[in-house]
Design a protein around this ligand. Structure first.
Ligand code: ZN
Ligand code: ZN
Length: 399
């Protein structure tokens, strides 16, 4: 087991360089599949540290591999960090504010990249302490849940094939010094649906001459609210949200079509299927009852639930307890948000840990994806210590 106090000192010694790196990335945010500058910095740094680096994996992703020097076969551990920003105009007035208008690191992926590079540095320096293969995956396009799939399609899970996974998210709505590591599902699976309601356009004053898809869409959207309340087992969790409605052009025109779309969330894949099936049934049949036609399309932008392996999760929790105390380790933290690290953890046992990065005393309380989002940088050395210690154990553990 790695010496956690020593690791903590090594992470603290890199605090300033890590914060500088994070602030530089924060000032230069790049959105999905445009992470060219970020990937360049990542690839260069990993090469300097002695990793074998591959770029352009899943468009702008970077994969870097290093063998441990400790005797024993060890495991192949995938360490995944996401790099992308969001199309948001930053409203935080800090010296390292976004210089790319309409682009902002409002989810903390700048911190993830800086944490990942610092973990890589500590791992490289402690190569003699671990066996197996450390495979770092710096992923693009998490925010559109496309990057993990793109990297996997490009061979990120081959040569060598990882058999364990570790990933992290800093979280502004958990205080710094709190770690959340939950067994089983911790983030929801998601799907996106689009409903098109077709009627027959007419004059708004003579509705009997047409078939009104506006009224149809209203009925369908209202009826969809019964899925969670009436079709879902009350002991399960699910969400059906309609996020947009588009249709019509003028006060006095009944349009031909109305389109609306939304998202479903569930921790269980069977529940997810139930939600999507009921959306289709309700849309098609409600439309028909009103003399309209509805079609439902599910988009590719779906993710499976993010499921932690209890054995991998316990390795992380064990170090978390030593770092922040058992009372600061949450074990039942679940979110309906989706995260495409789920694709990696679907392929192998893994742990996805939340590291608190909120601080009300510093006024850092804004939720993720807010234009006023900030993180408490004190969380960075803690995350590095936790991940490095966990990674070394996951690599060496014979289990
Ligand atoms: Zn996000
Ligand atoms: Zn995120």
């Amino acid at each position: 087991m790695p010496d956690i106090e020593q690791l903590k000192r090594e992470a603290e010694a890199r605090r300033e360089s890590m914060i500088a790196m994070r602030r530089d990335l924060h000032a230069h945010p790049e959105i999905a599949f445009e992470e060219v500058r970020t990937a360049g910095i990542v690839a260069q740094r990993l090469a300097e540290l002695g990793f074998e680096v591959q770029t352009g994996v899943g468009k702008t992703g970077v994969v870097a591999v290093m063998d441990g020097e400790r005797a024993g076969s060890g495991h192949t551990l995938l360490l995944r960090f996401d790099m992308d920003a969001l199309p948001i105009h930053e409203m935080v007035d800090v010296p390292f504010r976004s210089r790319n208008d309409g682009r902002m690191h409002a989810c903390g992926h700048d911190a993830h990249t800086a944490i990942g590079l610092t973990v890589a540095e500590l791992m490289a320096a402690r190569r003699a302490e671990w066996s197996g293969v450390a495979k770092f995956v710096f992923q693009p396009a998490e925010e559109i849940v496309a990057g993990a799939r793109a990297m996997i399609a490009d061979g990120a899970l081959e040569n060598p094939r990882p058999d364990r996974a570790l990933s992290v998210h800093v979280f502004s709505t958990l205080p710094t010094g709190v770690v959340a590591m939950t067994d089983g599902p911790t983030m929801a699976g998601s799907a996106a649906f689009t409903v098109t309601v077709r009627g027959r356009g007419a004059h708004g004053a003579m509705p009997h001459q047409g078939a009104d898809p506006v009224v149809g869409a209203a009925h369908i959207i209202t009826a969809l609210q019964s899925i969670v309340s009436r079709n879902l087992n009350p002991m399960e969790q699910g969400v059906v949200t309609v996020g947009y409605v588009r249709g019509g052009t003028a006060h006095n025109i009944i349009p031909d079509t109305v389109e609306f779309g939304g998202t479903t969330r569930a921790f269980d894949e069977a529940v997810g299927r139930l939600l999507n099936e009921r959306i289709e049934e309700i849309a098609v049949h409600t439309a028909r009852a009103l003399g309209l036609q509805a079609t439902v399309a599910l988009s590719d932008a779906a993710t499976p639930p993010l499921v932690n392996d209890p054995i991998m999760a316990e390795i992380v929790r064990c170090h978390a307890r030593r770092l922040v105390g058992a009372h600061n380790v949450q074990t039942d933290y679940r979110l309906m948000g989706a995260e495409d690290a789920a694709f990696f953890l679907q392929a192998m046992p893994g742990a996805f840990v939340f590291v608190g990065a909120g601080n009300s005393a510093k006024g850092i309380t804004e939720p993720h994806h807010s234009p006023r989002f900030q993180i408490d940088e004190d969380a960075l050395p803690l995350a590095v210590t936790l991940l490095t210690a966990s990674a070394i154990d996951m690599l060496n553990d014979a289990g």
